[in-house]
Design a protein around this ligand. Structure first.
Ligand code: GLU
Length: 268
């Protein structure tokens, strides 16, 4: 069996998902421009190197909170929808600026659960995504939180990114988060927790390690990442969880450094 480190070097079509905790500061929701700029540069460089990148970005609601200088995330759905509408524009403005500086063109797609559930809608989305890629542009995807209600919400971008990866038949899904990968127990509680480098198969033990919870502004925590891993690996797409806090981690992993947690895909 080839090692996952060897496999990583050859992947071409890659979905990269970045979470709110990487993009924005703690509770203020203000954008972490240093991280965003370096991430954009890394993605632009991968694109220059001949990779096809599909970028799934959270952070709209946080950016809305930051822009409106709110003390915390509001409770009601309409308020969060409004913040998503405000923040999505803020996010895209920053992405447009940074990607343009590195010579790249981006195209925004906003999805709801309806697009994921309906085969026709999925086909439509796939065609649009393929056309953006064919034009040499980088798709930037988020959930359409401004119109998504509970019933039609995918709910978190981990699952959304896995859905995107499956639909576009990606070679690899990378999820950037605020932790180095999956630990055998919660590293915030247990200092002796060990990072798992490779998960050959998602079984109940692995699910137990994921626990619950996320951050105050983020959504999923490790739990939704395991759900995403189940969906992508079951469809033959491996998933790599990396820390988005350290600059350059995607490049390091794709160059063969053993960092993060790699979920091996099922052979179909
Ligand atoms: N779509 C949400 C946003 O942009 C984030 C969902 C998530 O954190 O997974 O704010």
């Amino acid at each position: 069996m080839i090692s996952f480190v060897e496999k990583l070097k050859n992947f071409r079509r890659i979905v990269i998902k970045v979470g709110t905790s990487t993009l924005a500061y703690g509770e203020s929701g203000k954008l972490n421009l240093y991280r965003i700029e370096h991430l954009v540069r890394e993605i632009a460089d991968l694109h220059n190197a001949g990779k096809e990148i599909i970028f799934v970005s959270s952070g709209a609601i946080a950016a809305g909170i930051g822009k409106m200088r709110l003390p915390a995330k509001p409770e009601t759905i309409p308020e969060n929808q409004a913040l998503a509408a405000i923040g999505q524009g803020v996010l895209m403005h920053i992405y447009e600026k940074f990607f343009a500086e590195y010579g790249q063109t981006i195209g925004q797609i906003l999805l709801t659960g309806e697009n994921a559930a309906d085969e026709n809608a999925r086909e439509n989305f796939k065609n649009s995504l393929s056309a953006i890629l064919k034009m040499g542009a980088i798709p930037v995807i988020n959930e359409n939180d401004a119109v998504a209600t509970e019933e039609i919400k995918i709910g978190d971008n981990d699952n959304l990114s896995a859905m995107v990866a499956v639909t576009i038949k990606a070679d690899l899904l990378i999820i950037l988060t605020d932790i180095d990968g999956l630990y055998d127990k919660n590293p915030r509680k247990f200092p002796d927790a060990k990072l798992i480098h490779e998960v050959p198969e998602i079984n109940p033990d692995v699910e137990k390690m994921a626990g619950g919870a996320g951050t105050k502004l983020g959504t999923g925590g490790m739990f939704t990442k395991i759900q995403a891993a189940k969906l992508s690996t079951a469809n033959g797409i491996p998933l790599l969880i990396l820390s988005g806090k350290e600059i350059g981690n995607i490049r390091r992993a794709l160059n063969g450094e053993s960092i993060g947690t790699f979920f091996r895909e099922k052979n179909l």
